[in-house]
Design a protein around this ligand. Structure first.
Ligand code: ATP
Ligand code: MG
Length: 394
């Protein structure tokens, strides 16, 4: 094992070994829960006093991501530091990385933060992505190939959950959309005929060992993940193998350390096209908390601490339903708690709420995972849960 292994429960300078995370959202919270279960202390840096991860962490540094004093505090507390959302400034990770183990490294996060550099990386790995053009000037806009229309104009940076995206059919739309996006650097992607969407999560250790979770089939509504299904036969086996191999190539080429998720499109003719990557655990991997012998957050802890990686095993078919703030807002402006007791009366339901105090439309408040002995049973229960909640289940 490498010199830099941080053993669970070990003491470092008279303190419990502490793992840190930049960002206090739900992904940080589930990382903290996994780290704590293994015996680590945890520290979270997030300016929000009520951040989901900050609320449950041993330490919560409440400063801005680039605040030097905050970064110094985190460095002082932690043996190693990870990140939970890709918009953490890469510069902050670089500062931390000068003193502590940081995984994933700032360089990998920097590439994932920018759709243009991300796509260039995919192309360099020999993995096909949607035809695209980078739009960073009036000239580039004028030179757009008509074959990219209809398309989607996406800001190169800081987009998530479909934010910072405009669908365009004509050149006039494109011009208007770029105006609307305030002329920031964008990527115009050709609109592709999607038969399905899927994602793959890999974990890669410092020694280059890589393991993966099974291929996840995803359904989005209004640009936000709504549902993830994971079981044998969810997509053709050859396609799954291709997606896993592509994800591993993308991680290996980056010399990546940590958990990486790559999202794919499956086209009408069964061609696989890469969409984007997230340098962290991903919403589509939440089912692994209850359907696999190691969750994506366990894998994140292991890669950060330099612990061995073993191939995770899915022990139950699973369907995950995202629980957005809309569910609380069905009866006017005052939030109403959804009927959890009825949902939890169904067999194999696992509720995970993130401790967010204020539901709003489209805000990710939690998720529900359904597990069961058979695929049919999981589908049936997911349908019942969805109908109790007023959600679509397929
Ligand atoms: P997130 O970070 O939540 O995954 P995002 O804001 O980064 O979302 P994308 O993944 O780029 O957004 O796109 C959101 C969804 O929009 C995709 O999952 C897909 O359903 C649809 N979409 C995006 N690009 C295309 C495309 N080129 N052709 C067809 N559909 C697309
Ligand atoms: Mg996406």
């Amino acid at each position: 094992m490498s010199r830099t292994t941080i053993l669970p429960g070990s003491l470092q300078a008279g303190q419990q070994a502490t793992l840190g995370v930049m960002g206090g959202g739900q992904l940080g919270r589930m990382f903290v829960q996994a780290a704590q279960a293994m015996g680590y202390f945890t520290a979270v840096l997030d300016p929000d006093v009520t951040s989901p991860a900050g609320l449950i962490s041993h330490y919560h540094v409440q400063t801005d991501y680039l605040d030097q004093a905050g970064l110094a505090q985190l460095t002082q507390r932690c043996a190693a530091i990870t990140t939970e959302f890709e918009n953490v400034p890469a510069g902050a990770l670089q500062t931390l990385g000068a003193h502590r183990l940081v995984a994933p490294a700032a360089d990998a996060v920097r590439i994932a933060q920018d759709r243009a550099s991300e796509k260039a990386h995919f192309v360099g790995c020999g993995v096909a992505c949607a035809p695209y053009a980078v739009i960073d000037s009036v000239q580039a806009l004028a030179a757009v190939d008509a074959a990219l229309l209809p398309g989607i104009l996406k800001t190169a940076r800081l987009g998530y959950d479909g934010k910072g995206q405009v669908r365009v059919a004509t050149r006039a739309d494109l011009q208007a959309a770029w105006d609307e996006l305030k002329h920031v650097t964008c990527v115009l992607e050709k609109m592709l005929p999607l038969k399905a969407e899927c994602s793959v999560i890999v974990a890669r250790g410092r020694d280059g060992v890589m393991v993966n979770l099974p291929v996840q089939r995803n359904q989005h509504r209004d640009g936000i993940l709504a549902l993830t299904e994971v079981f044998d036969g969810v997509l053709p086996a050859a396609l799954c193998e291709q997606a896993i191999n592509a994800t591993k190539a993308i991680a290996a080429q980056l010399q990546y350390v940590g958990v990486l998720c790559v999202e794919f499109f499956v086209l009408d003719d069964d061609t696989l096209v890469v969409n984007e990557m997230a340098p962290r655990p991903h919403n589509s991997g939440h089912y692994s908390l209850h359907a696999c012998d190691q969750s994506q957050f366990d894998l994140q802890v292991r890669t950060l601490a330099g612990l061995p990686l073993t191939q995770p095993r899915q022990h139950s078919p699973a369907i995950m339903l995202n629980l957005l703030g809309d569910l609380w807002l069905t009866q006017g402006a005052e939030p109403v708690t959804p009927p959890w007791a009825a949902v939890l009366a169904l067999p194999g339901t696992h509720l995970n709420l993130y401790g967010k105090l204020k539901p709003s439309k489209g805000r990710k408040m939690g998720h529900l995972t359904v597990t069961g002995a058979t695929i049919d049973q999981v589908r049936h229960t997911a349908q019942q849960a969805a109908s109790l909640l007023g959600l679509a289940s397929s």
